[in-house]
Design a protein around this ligand. Structure first.
Ligand SMILES: *[C@@H]1O[C@H](CO)[C@@H](O)[C@H](O)[C@H]1NC(C)=O
Ligand SMILES: *[C@@H]1O[C@H](CO)[C@@H](O)[C@H](O)[C@H]1NC(C)=O
Ligand SMILES: *[C@@H]1O[C@H](CO)[C@@H](O)[C@H](O)[C@H]1NC(C)=O
Ligand SMILES: *[C@@H]1O[C@H](CO)[C@@H](O)[C@H](O)[C@H]1NC(C)=O
Ligand SMILES: *[C@@H]1O[C@H](CO)[C@@H](O)[C@H](O)[C@H]1NC(C)=O
Ligand SMILES: *[C@@H]1O[C@H](CO)[C@@H](O)[C@H](O)[C@H]1NC(C)=O
Ligand SMILES: *[C@@H]1O[C@H](CO)[C@@H](O)[C@H](O)[C@H]1NC(C)=O
Ligand SMILES: *[C@@H]1O[C@H](CO)[C@@H](O)[C@H](O)[C@H]1NC(C)=O
Ligand SMILES: *[C@@H]1O[C@H](CO)[C@@H](O)[C@H](O)[C@H]1NC(C)=O
Ligand SMILES: *[C@@H]1O[C@H](CO)[C@@H](O)[C@H](O)[C@H]1NC(C)=O
Length: 733
């Protein structure tokens, strides 16, 4: 009777042995893979044990500035003043801390603004010091801008940037400083153990080189090493918690966010902002736009000569191509030469490019498997870029120059042409404009003229300091490393080839010090704005980018030399001994040409009264719209981060209350502010009803603050009538 009982036992034993063998084989394979030197970073000494995870935090905060009357920074046109919101601007941050030493950290912030100004950087660092002491410093905090051209300016302390921004606009600066700090606070507070993965992939059909004639100046042998005249590779860092749940994604791709053109007057984060929005909407289901824990960021890179307007430049009057050295149209000159596409209008183009970015990032995120391990490092130096000596080769050296803008700066680009009849590619000045400049501004010194050659100087900004220095000359160079990943903080807009040379120099410098296989990420528009950085060869033909390379023909070589020095300091652990110029100071500025706010309303009306109501019924795909007695949105400056200028609300009959479905950050809503006479204004709230909208009863609301002469600021709201939304598709289901 024992026979039948034996079988199950021996079967069990065999099963156990098989499981044991499989287990040994599996763990051997895992161990072999774990201890195989990683192809990309064999220099890393030992992998971290399982419990040694990075600490990772991500955060997002609103940094939308005044949405009315302040000129946008980007195209440099003085009449492109804000007049509403398509989308809000957000700051997004990640913080990483070392497992062994949790005070050793690096911080990367990308803000949906035009550029980081020196003033902004100084203010942020001052507040971080007050709040966190020595934890967050010049060397381990990188501030980068996405470079949207549809956000307010006014946050600069150098004269050249104040000219087109109506001066120094404190509410504009405050909104960004507060947003950056808040996003760092949020990331700081939610730090937890997790994993970081890197992935890279090519994205086609989303960019073009807008200065191909410049690019062609680079030697044939150099160009032949690349398949395209733009960098088409997107890099992503995917962050998860220890359980593998996604917590954030940070990506870098070289593209100008200029799908929204210079006629746009609504705050917008443009194509890269749309990509971030799609990603976050998907990951933060059930949250309103701009809310929810998951953070997706699309940061800038070497975008100097890269446009998103993929149809290329055409004369707006005749329709013919103006892809020529001067971007010149036979009738009307350079100001008629404008690029657009790929959509039928700027709104559609923004969404097409943004969706391309989003889909690529999503694909890379899902496939990301290369995990990042290793120590964190950071290095920062203040350089006097107006006076750097560069060793070009064994026998020759070059010098950087005091800042100056060339004639072609005034020509603008095909993404937004300039004024008068300036054209790109100007290597000779003009007696008339020279005389105007000498009379109104300053005559460039012979030293500057010589140094900047062949750039004909239009504005010798480095020699002008009234009322404030026209350009900064003490400039940040900075880099951080996270294991085998190095993030290089570029202090401006590097062109494609300038970026490639920088990337290769940093990589080879690490290699020369026994650390091959570093992943070099170029982060654009960091810490201070110095316009463009072209190669020496591109500089020679002085298109817009060359004319805007303010420190002269050897600017790029000087930066590359400095980045090599930072690499050496990191690998030799001598970061503390880096030489540095004294930190620039925060200037006391009181130049503001914005007129004070005066609000008024029609007789017998209240602020928020409905002037034109909604229709009783809409179908999906239509636009629900209402007009209200408005007040100047600048009154809301103090309350921007907690206010939504509009809501779309749905009636919920189970709870018998209105539920907010959309806010002013949503890409399906628009807040439009129209200024009338004598301080009167109209606010328009629009909802572009998406196809997947649930049928039901809805209403629109408008929120604002008004201020009358000598009166304080008061909040008010306006509410439309209720309306029905029909969705035939929904009914069929
Ligand atoms: C941890 O890192 C901080 C910041 O880099 C450093 O000051 C400190 O000495 C480190 N502590 C240890 C124990 O290594
Ligand atoms: C600019 O040049 C074009 C083409 O030569 C000419 O038609 C136009 O009148 C010029 N405009 C000004 C303001 O000089
Ligand atoms: C901007 O794009 C719109 C289409 O959305 C077009 O009508 C307009 O002419 C463009 N303006 C400029 C200055 O490019
Ligand atoms: C420029 O740098 C040189 C050394 O490289 C130094 O001797 C000179 O004083 C500097 N000039 C200025 C104006 O800072
Ligand atoms: C060194 O650089 C200078 C200036 O770019 C160039 O004229 C010279 O030919 C170079 N010398 C060598 C040996 O490459
Ligand atoms: C530049 O040099 C020329 C001739 O050497 C001289 O006449 C002129 O005044 C100088 N210009 C300036 C701004 O110093
Ligand atoms: C800043 O400038 C204003 C006006 O020019 C002056 O009243 C104020 O005292 C200055 N503040 C500082 C800190 O210098
Ligand atoms: C607006 O902001 C101010 C200052 O932070 C605050 O005192 C006030 O309560 C806010 N008002 C509203 C309506 O949120
Ligand atoms: C909401 O109310 C409408 C009309 O009063 C009714 O037809 C509908 O069934 C209700 N829906 C729910 C979910 O209660
Ligand atoms: C919404 O539906 C209409 C009609 O079916 C279609 O033409 C349109 O492209 C859709 N819009 C979107 C954004 O999908």
């Amino acid at each position: 009777m024992s026979e039948p009982k034996k079988w199950p036992i021996s079967r069990l034993a065999i099963l156990l042995i098989v499981i044991l063998i499989l287990g040994i084989v599996a763990s051997t394979i895992i161990l072999i893979f774990a201890f195989l030197p990683s192809e990309n970073a064999p220099w890393l000494e030992g992998r971290l044990a399982d419990q040694d995870h990075y600490l990772i935090g991500v955060g997002r905060a609103d940094c939308t500035g005044p949405v009315a009357e302040v000129p946008f920074i980007g195209y440099g046109t003085m009449d492109q003043n804000g007049a509403g919101i398509i989308t809000r601007q957000y700051c997004r941050t990640f913080i990483v801390a070392e497992p062994q030493n949790r005070t050793k950290r690096v911080v990367y912030v990308t803000a949906e603004i035009g550029m980081i100004s020196q003033r902004l950087r100084l203010e942020v660092m001052k507040q971080l010091k007050q709040k966190y002491g020595e934890m967050y410093r010049q060397d381990n905090v990188i501030l980068s801008a996405t470079h949207t051209h549809s956000g307010p300016g006014g946050y600069f302390q150098n004269t050249i940037f104040m000219i087109a921004s109506k001066g120094f606009i404190k509410p504009s600066l405050n909104a960004i400083v507060n947003g950056v700090i808040k996003s760092i606070d949020v990331a700081h507070q939610n730090m937890r153990e997790g994993h970081i993965f890197i992935n890279k992939g090519v994205l086609l059909n989303s960019q073009i080189n807008r200065s191909p004639f410049s690019y062609l100046q680079n030697s044939k042998s150099e160009r032949e090493r690349y398949s395209s005249d733009t960098d088409q590779e997107m890099v992503i860092l995917k962050m998860t918690d220890v359980e593998g749940q996604d917590i954030g994604l940070f990506s870098w791709f070289a593209i100008h966010p200029v799908s929204m053109n210079s006629s746009n007057r609504f705050t917008s984060s443009d194509n890269v902002g749309y990509a971030a929005y799609l990603f976050e909407q998907e990951k933060n289901k059930g949250y309103l736009t701009g809310e929810g824990p998951y953070v997706a960021a699309f940061g800038s890179s070497n975008l100097g000569d890269v446009s998103s307007n993929t149809k290329g430049p055409h004369c707006t009057n005749t329709g013919e191509s103006c892809e020529n050295l001067n971007n010149y149209c036979p009738i009307g000159g350079a100001k008629m030469c404008i690029a657009s596409g790929p959509g039928k209008d700027m709104f559609e183009s923004t969404k097409i490019i943004g969706r391309n970015l989003y889909l690529k990032a999503k694909e890379l995120s899902m496939a990301a498997s290369e995990e990042i391990y290793g120590p964190l490092n950071s290095a920062h130096e203040w350089l006097n870029m107006a006076n750097r000596t560069v060793q070009l080769n064994a026998t020759h050296s070059g010098k950087t120059c005091k800042p100056a803008l060339g004639y072609s700066f005034a020509a603008g680009t095909m993404d937004g042409p300039g004024m008068f009849n300036f054209t790109q590619g100007a290597i000779h000045g003009d007696p008339f404009w020279d005389a105007v400049r000498n009379g109104l501004l300053a005559e460039p010194s012979n030293e500057s003229v010589e140094c900047q050659k062949p750039k004909p100087i239009l504005i010798p900004t480095g020699e002008m300091s009234k009322p404030y220095p026209w350009h900064p000359d003490i400039i940040d160079v900075q880099m951080v490393t996270i294991g085998p990943v190095v993030i290089v903080a570029l202090p401006g807009e590097f062109t494609t080839m300038a970026g490639r040379r920088t990337r290769e120099a940093v990589k080879s410098e690490f290699e020369a010090h026994g650390k091959p296989g570093m992943h070099v990420i170029l982060a654009g528009l960091c810490n201070v704005y110095t316009h463009y950085i072209t190669t020496f060869e591109e500089y020679q033909i002085q298109r817009y980018e060359g004319a805007s390379t303010i420190f002269g023909p050897h600017t790029l070589s000087a930066y590359i030399q400095s980045f090599r020095e930072l690499v050496q300091a990191i690998v030799k652990d001598t970061v503390r001994d880096l030489p540095s110029y004294p930190e620039p100071s925060i200037l006391n500025i009181s130049v503001n040409f914005l007129l004070p706010v005066i609000d008024a309303k029609p007789l017998g009306r209240k602020y928020g009264d409905v002037l034109q109501d909604v229709e009783p019924m809409y179908r999906v795909g239509e636009v629900a719209s209402a007009q209200f007695v408005g007040a100047n949105p600048r009154n809301s400056a103090e309350n921007m981060s907690t206010l939504s200028f509009l809501t779309v609300e749905k009636y919920d009959n189970t709870s018998a209350s209105w539920k907010i479905r959309y806010n002013d950050a949503s890409w399906d809503t628009r807040f439009i502010w129209q200024k009338g006479d004598w301080g009167r204004s109209t606010a328009i709230v629009q909802w572009h009803i998406p196809n997947n909208t649930e049928p039901g009863t809805y209403r629109l609301q408008y929120f604002g603050h008004h201020k009358e002469l000598l009166s304080s600021i008061h909040a008010f709201r306006g509410t439309s009538s209720e309306f029905e939304v029909l969705n035939l598709e929904f009914v069929k289901l």
